[in-house]
Design a protein around this ligand. Structure first.
Ligand SMILES: [Ca+2]
Ligand SMILES: [Ca+2]
Ligand SMILES: [Ca+2]
Length: 293
């Protein structure tokens, strides 16, 4: 599959091509963009595709909509633990990285005792490379350039495992094509595919993928080929960080024997041009609670 930089590609062809072949699973829908204006449009389209409603910190389960993280609240610590947006803020996502260290940039106005602008406290070069999509904070793992995200019902007392249908994120300073990526896995750990992030040196890129017929249990994000702290010197040392995450509302996992029964419930003739809402991800119809915030 060919991905062009600086263009926004919504690959509907695969959808239409398979909508007439109900015997085959529908291809994933890919939202790929580079450059601020294209990224802004792609984010809006992806959000609409996920149901259009940001469920914020509402406890789940909720039937539709999406969750987002922009890292920008002053309460998000500079040395953010991976469970922050599962256990402290109810968004239903657990982040894991080898070495177990994440960082969220920390504008001086939020903590005058520990000023940091776009990770300049880690490497003074970085403000020339990085920009925020949502002002002013950005995010990165510290100890490795590959991390994983798993999902749970937001606010559930035992963090009940959950699956999603789509995940997307903003990538910052992607200098090289085909180095940064998101790989999606089903709940058993089988890969559903790895998708490259298009480049926009010193700028912003977006990648989001929605799986009409598959269940995503986790995602693995690869950020360039160097860890945070190294000088950005691509292609040898390609440092990439992130801003906003967007993912479809985490839905309860079913017992393995019940999973196949879910698929026929999804609309096979999905189109995003005329129907913003994705196919129903739950056997029960949307009831609407929590939508009117
Ligand atoms: Ca931000
Ligand atoms: Ca760069
Ligand atoms: Ca870079």
């Amino acid at each position: 599959m060919n991905f062009e930089a600086s263009t926004y590609l919504l690959l509907l062809l695969a959808l239409f091509g398979t909508s007439f072949q109900s015997a085959h699973a529908q291809e994933p829908v890919i939202f790929n963009a580079a450059g601020f204006a294209n990224v802004q449009q792609a984010v809006k389209d992806f959000q609409d595709f996920l149901g259009g409603m940001d469920n914020g910190n509402e406890p789940g389960p909720i039937d539709d909509g999406f969750r987002s993280i922009n890292w920008d609240a002053a309460a998000v610590p500079f040395d953010m633990p991976g469970n922050f947006f599962r256990d402290t803020v109810t968004r239903g996502i657990l982040l894991s990285v080898k070495g177990d260290e994440f960082r969220v940039s920390n504008p001086a106005k939020d903590d005058p005792g520990f000023p940091d602008n776009l990770f300049d406290s880690i490497n003074p070069q970085y403000p020339k490379q990085f920009q925020a999509f949502s002002p002013e904070r950005i995010f990165s793992p510290l100890t490795h350039n590959v991390f994983t995200a798993e999902f749970s019902i937001p606010g559930s007392p035992k963090n009940d495992e959950a699956w999603i249908a789509g995940f997307g994120a903003i990538f910052v300073d992607v200098d090289n094509e085909k180095v940064s990526s998101i790989e999606y896995f089903d709940p058993e750990g089988k890969s559903l595919g790895s998708f490259p992030v298009v480049a926009d040196p010193q700028g912003l890129s977006f990648l989001g993928v929605y799986f009409p017929d598959d269940v995503v249990g986790s995602v693995e994000v690869t950020l360039g080929n160097a860890i945070l702290g190294v000088d950005d010197f691509p292609p040898e040392h390609e440092v990439v960080v992130m801003d906003d995450f967007f993912f479809s509302e985490p839905v309860a996992l079913k017992k393995p024997a019940e999973k196949p029964a879910e698929k026929p419930a999804k609309s096979p003739g999905l189109t995003v041009t005329t129907t913003p809402a994705p196919p129903t991800k739950s056997p029960s119809p949307p009831s609407g609670p929590g939508y009117d915030r």
